[in-house]
Design a protein around this ligand. Structure first.
Ligand SMILES: Nc1ncnc2c1ncn2[C@@H]1O[C@H](COP(=O)(O)OP(=O)(O)OP(=O)(O)O)[C@@H](O)[C@H]1O
Ligand SMILES: [Mg+2]
Length: 290
């Protein structure tokens, strides 16, 4: 197996370490993310998801264990931490609250300018990043980020991350608080970015998003990896999910409810799959059952 692009080895993290208020948020997390993956990271509130992803680009330093990005141990004495962390772009939860420049263009260009890039290069990156999130630079570039809709603001914040040209995109609940249309739009852009080769880690409370997008799902519980596998396998562990305080994708819950009522219907994770499974069950049911 090739070396993962990003890896945590036995990472532990304690907030306010050494004080009476110490809180152990991560308790030995080992996890590898391969180039090109789209990984869903789920877990109940307080399980350590946000703490873990802040280790991915060196914002937090582990109390124990190692974080390796592109073969570089982030906290080794002579590590080029800045180069390694540039590979990992992190979109914070409610990232639009961090927009601050007068125009969309200036905001998206903030990171590239801070890198000291030439003006032409900055502008090219801003155009590219805005297009990647479905915002026409000519239409949106000159506007104030504060005069946009919630979904647009969120996409401007994402463009700011993309303008740094990361190899790994880490998204902390990117659709939280968005209406269904803005949510669907953002998910489409995330899917397209992944299709273009970006490695994506998606933190979410929304199991439907995991079912739709992720090829692999990692469950954090009480600061540890409780499950790591294909969505189909993880969502089959109904009792464990309940114990972890997690639900099922809506489509999976639907077919299970049907089955508990005696309908012989196969498994499904998405509504498209549920529809197929239900139609197949209807076709196969003996006439008397209909
Ligand atoms: N700045 C902080 N200071 C002290 N404790 C913190 C801090 N941030 C998080 N914690 C604690 O660390 C644990 C993990 O929190 P974290 O925010 O990583 O969880 P999470 O899985 O992202 O939760 P959520 O789903 O609510 O976003 C929790 O017990 C939390 O109370
Ligand atoms: Mg969080």
């Amino acid at each position: 197996m090739p070396e993962p692009l990003l890896a945590c080895h036995d990472v532990a993290y304690t907030y306010r370490r050494g004080t009476p208020m110490a809180a152990e948020a991560l308790r030995g997390v080992t996890l590898g993310v391969a180039a090109g993956e789209l990984l869903g990271l789920i877990g109940p509130t307080g399980s350590g998801k946000s703490t873990l992803i802040q280790h991915f680009n060196g914002l937090l330093r582990p109390s124990r264990g190692r974080v390796v990005v592109a073969g570089q141990d982030l906290w080794a004495p002579r590590a080029d931490r800045r180069a390694a962390r540039r590979l990992v772009g992190l979109l914070f939860q409610f990232a639009e609250s961090q927009l601050f420049e007068e125009t969309v263009r200036r905001d998206v260009g903030y990171g590239p300018r801070a890198l000291g890039l030439e003006a032409d290069e900055v502008e090219a990156r801003v155009d590219e990043a805005l297009r990647q999130v479905g915002l026409d630079p000519a239409r949106f570039g000159g506007r104030s980020p504060f005069a946009l809709s919630g979904g647009e603001m969120r996409r401007v914040a994402l463009a700011g991350v993309l303008a740094m040209r990361p190899q790994v995109l880490v998204l902390d609940e990117p659709t939280a608080g968005l209406d269904p249309r803005a949510r669907a739009e953002l998910l489409d852009h995330i899917r397209a970015l992944h299709a273009r080769g970006l490695t994506v880690v998606l933190v979410t409370h929304n199991m439907d998003e995991v079912a739709l997008l992720a090829r692999r799902v990692v469950v954090l519980h009480a600061g540890q990896v409780a499950a790591d596998g294909a969505p189909r396998a993880v969502f089959a562990r109904e009792d464990d999910l309940r114990a972890w305080g997690l639900g099922l994708p809506q489509a999976a819950a639907l077919v299970r409810r049907l089955r508990s009522r005696g309908v012989r219907v196969g498994d499904a994770l998405t509504f498209a799959e549920a529809r197929r499974a239900i139609l197949a069950a209807a076709r196969e049911a003996p006439r008397g059952d209909r």
